[in-house]
Design a binder for this molecule. Structure first.
Ligand SMILES: [Zn+2]
Length: 659
């Protein structure tokens, strides 16, 4: 039976950087900073306390050793990590093409190596986007977070072992459910060691569900959008990628996952390898499953990713559900109350530590108040009738928060977080009926450009605004011309040039990347790269069958399925799970258990399903070899398999999508 293979999968958002840098970049020819950009960036120097060098001291404090050039080789030609590419950051003074505040943050994030934080507490920083924290126990070491990929984690652990006694890993802790904190786990421990029972893995309640499910259902779109947010195709450089705000970039290795053996379900103190750890659960903050940790013996507080040295995201630009600023603030306040005055060092799983209990208390208060301010003041303005763009334009941090380096918008920004609060409470509609059902972008753009006197007239006026530094408006209006006629190369170049200047002025690493990737794609088109097959065996195995069938429903092509009805049983013999998949009304639903009257019944193992998804085999081959037994009408299965969409991993963003 020759069934087409259609069970293709999605790419978790975080793994986009396995794409190799493209030669397209060379064709893009970034321009220099315009005079308005030079002035704007020079103005930043006067508005922030650049003479305060405490962060540079703290980022270097306790330095033990590092890898030459911060280089971690990979199995192919592309290194897993390479800090030599960021040598251009070696000078103190920012070039005109980079916001000086972002330049400062990018320099801080370029500090890499093994650092002693306190007696028996070490961190590896700057060798992936996140930190690995190592706590020396009685018998061995506890590894708190394992970076994004196994190669990076192995290199980090080897760096530690090269400078400290080679004691075995006795426990792993995942601070939260984001991949940059667990993906490297197999570089630190093996599945066999976990199964033998010697090594435990601790994680906050709900970890496994959120670790995998958060990025699946909308995964293709998140992956594509993440290319804008992180800029993996932008070359590092003064006119390219300088940082993400949160760390340099994402390591290019293998994402792995081992399930936790012990979940932390309530606030409690446990002794792990002789080390007392007070766990504070913080669900629904920076991640759906997250926890802070306090080490009373060492007077060290680890804030996971709930407080770092930047403003974080209530909304992440790659796309995700909105986070709750009010809850986030409340948990920071709780940590302050429980542990603040008892802490000599505050660490987090990104960025550098804060030393001294007085400073820690002050830092936590401001972090607490930052998220409360954004939440409440956005709500105040929303209740005054302001719409998202108006709130973003109006809201200003009080000077007491705005002058704090640790609160600057390098990763999240005040503007996009303010819009997030509106979205959380009121959703996409601003209640103006003119915005209820407008023409879609391309059709609206064609009418707009026509009303404005045609593309040439619009471009001529926009060039004047460009000369005056009105880049926000030029980008907006050129977007209309590009959507009206994506082949208009003058409009594409002018929009690219405007986005580029906005990128050069942006304080947020994420905004800079968004703008510069937009400019790149306007100049060269969306790269025609093959998306990597990035759902690894580990993450796939962790996906529940419910999640699998949910995603299958998302991939059903509704129009193609119109008028069809099917009932197909799936019996997974190895995991003893049964599903009845029902198609009618262009909707794919399922129930647990097998249904009466199915037109076809499949018998297979979960492992076989996984190997089809990972493209190690095809449905047809598995059926031919007897790994899938089909009872009833096999034609129905073939028909069903023909109804699923393949998602384009490199869909157009800055130009209309191809029909
Ligand atoms: Zn993180």
């Amino acid at each position: 039976m020759a069934a087409p293979v259609v069970l293709r999968w999605i790419t978790p958002a975080v793994l986009v950087t396995t794409l190799a840098a493209s030669s397209l970049v060379a064709l893009a020819q970034p321009r220099d900073a315009e005079s308005a950009t030079r002035e704007a960036n020079a103005g930043v120097l006067d508005s922030l306390p650049f003479s305060d060098r405490q962060d540079f001291e703290d980022a270097r404090r306790g330095f033990v050793a590092t890898l030459p050039d911060g280089l971690i080789a990979g199995s192919g030609p592309t290194p897993v990590w390479n800090m030599k590419a960021y040598e251009f950051l070696d000078r103190d003074e920012a070039p005109a093409t980079v916001n000086p505040s972002l330049w400062r943050q990018a320099r801080l994030n370029a500090t890499h190596g093994l650092f002693k934080v306190a007696d028996r507490v070490y961190q590896v920083r700057g060798l992936d986007i996140a930190n690995m924290t190592i706590i020396e126990g009685e018998q061995g070491i506890i590894v708190l977070d394992t970076l994004l990929t196994a190669e990076a984690a192995r290199a980090a652990l080897d760096l530690y072992y090269g400078n400290r006694p080679r004691k075995p890993v006795t426990a792993v802790i995942y601070s939260h459910s984001h991949a940059d904190h667990f993906g490297g786990v197999k570089g630190v421990v093996s599945e066999a060691e976990i199964k033998a029972g010697g090594v435990k893995i601790y994680a906050p309640d709900g970890f496994m569900e959120h670790a995998v499910a958060e990025n699946v259902i909308a995964g293709n779109a998140m992956s594509r959008r993440a290319q804008y947010m992180y800029g993996p195709l932008l070359p590092p450089g003064e006119k390219g990628q300088v940082d993400t705000g949160l760390g340099k970039n994402l390591s290019r290795g293998t994402l792995t996952l081992l399930a936790p053996t012990d979940l932390i379900r309530k606030n409690e103190t446990r002794t792990i390898d002789g080390v007392e750890i007070a766990f504070q659960l913080t669900p629904g903050t920076e991640a759906p499953a997250e926890m802070n940790m306090y080490f009373p013996q060492f007077r060290v507080l680890d804030m996971a990713e709930n407080t770092t040295h930047n403003m974080h995201n209530l909304y992440t630009l790659r796309g995700a559900e909105i986070r709750d600023g009010n809850a986030w603030s409340r948990y920071i306040g709780e940590a302050l109350q429980l542990f603040g005055p008892k802490s000599d060092v505050l660490i987090a799983q990104h960025h550098w530590p804060t030393f001294g209990s007085e400073k820690i208390v002050a830092y936590l208060k401001k972090q607490r108040d930052l998220y409360k301010f954004i939440n409440d003041q956005s709500l105040r303005l929303l209740n005054q009738g302001l719409t998202p763009a108006e709130i973003a334009e109006t809201l200003r941090l009080p000077a007491s928060l705005a002058q704090e380096w640790a609160l600057r918008g390098y990763y999240g920004t005040l503007r996009h977080n303010a819009r997030a609060v509106y979205q959380k409470y009121l959703g996409w509609y601003d209640s103006n009926p003119a915005n209820l059902d407008p023409l879609p972008p391309a059709a609206a753009a064609r009418k707009t450009v026509e009303y404005m006197g045609g593309a040439d007239a619009v471009i001529a006026r926009a060039r004047e605004d460009f000369r005056r530094g009105g880049y926000r408006w030029v980008a907006s209006v050129m977007k209309e011309v590009v959507f009206a006629d994506p082949g208009n190369s003058q409009a594409r170049e002018l929009e690219a040039a405007a986005l580029e200047q906005l990128g050069y002025q942006a304080e947020a690493g994420t905004w800079r990347n968004e703008y510069l990737v937009g400019a790149l794609e306007l100049r060269t088109g969306a790269p025609k790269l093959r998306a990597p097959s990035t759902l690894t065996a580990d993450t796939l195995a962790a996906l529940s069958l419910d999640n699998f069938f949910d995603l299958l429903g998302v991939r059903l092509n509704g129009p193609r399925a119109e008028g069809k009805s099917m009932l197909i049983n799936w019996n997974f013999t190895d995991v003893d799970e049964q599903y009845a998949l029902n198609l009618e009304n262009s909707a794919l639903t399922y129930t647990h258990g097998l249904a009466e009257g199915a037109q076809a019944s499949l018998m297979l193992t979960r492992a076989t399903l996984d190997s089809i998804v990972l493209k190690q085999t095809t449905f047809a081959a598995a059926a031919a070899s007897g790994r899938i037994a089909v009872a009833g009408d096999p034609g129905k299965v073939i028909e069903l398999l023909g109804l699923f969409d393949d998602f384009d991993p490199m869909f157009e963003i800055v130009a209309p999508k191809q029909p």
